[in-house]
Design a binder for this molecule. Structure first.
Ligand code: ZN
Length: 253
């Protein structure tokens, strides 16, 4: 049965958003989690800004890897991949990669970005994914959810107002890497762009690992699409910001 709250707060439609602020903990998360939906949105004319929270410097198993070189490489990989997806702008917060993100500072920075860019929708990893052990992901998701909830309130992070940055309320937030999807985007036409975007991240995946990941994602996208009558779908959780506070049924929406 449909949760009662959906009668009072209907689930928003992400594909109607004309401007989207996409936030990823590391270079490569937006592609894996929502790359084909991003490509679908850009082809519908939406303006997409992608913010990478960390510098990606922990993304290696090689003890002899040079950290600065890795950061540069991952930035180039992201630029190439964003170009394939049609992302309009890339921004970097450059926090140190590796699980020590200062939640309050990240939240303040993302609040300022929401107020400056005034997106209709925010896209981020779901911080409530069961068994997610990487705190860069949970903290990025939480900081972004809270910033989205409160960026419209002038007394939240009031320093922005003193600098002339005015409050802004987003229409919706959508989560990728979610265990509670309610939105299945038909990405049959943009799936190959997602695959090509993932291929850009050579520093992260060896040939075999990359092909395994792509095969898994494709098989999952087929499964998610089945009930919808599509070929391939990306599963997201779309909510209004009002869902993000006090409602016990929000996870079921
Ligand atoms: Zn990540």
């Amino acid at each position: 049965m449909k949760p009662l709250i959906c009668d009072f707060l209907p689930v928003p439609e992400l594909l109607k958003a004309k401007s989207v602020l996409c936030i990823q903990p590391h270079p490569d998360d937006m592609e894996i989690g929502a790359g084909a939906s991003i490509a679908r949105l850009t082809r519908l004319g939406a303006n997409i800004t992608c913010v990478t929270v960390t510098d990606g410097s922990a993304g290696t198993y090689d003890p002899s890897a040079n950290m600065d070189d890795l950061v540069t490489t991952r930035r180039k990989e992201t630029e190439k991949s964003a170009d394939i997806l049609g992302v309009n702008e890339l921004l970097w917060l450059d926090f140190a990669d590796g699980g020590n993100l200062p939640l309050d500072i990240v939240r303040t920075e993302i609040t300022s970005l929401i107020r400056k860019l005034k997106p209709q929708a925010v896209l981020v990893c779901d911080p409530w994914l069961p068994y997610e052990a990487h705190s860069d992901h949970t903290r990025t998701g939480l900081a972004t959810a809270e910033a989205s909830l409160l960026a419209g309130m002038p007394n939240f992070c009031p320093a922005d107002l003193q600098e002339g940055i005015m409050p802004h309320t987003v229409d919706m937030i959508a989560f990728y890497y979610t265990a509670y999807p309610n939105t299945f985007i038909d990405v049959s036409a943009t799936w190959e762009l997602k695959m090509a975007a993932i291929d850009c991240h050579l520093s992260q995946f060896s040939g075999e690992k990359r092909e395994r990941l792509k095969a898994y994602l494709t098989s999952r996208a087929r499964e998610q699409a089945e009930k919808q009558g599509y070929d391939l779908a990306e599963a997201l959780k779309a909510l209004t910001i009002d869902h993000l506070h006090i409602f016990e049924e929000a996870w079921q929406c």
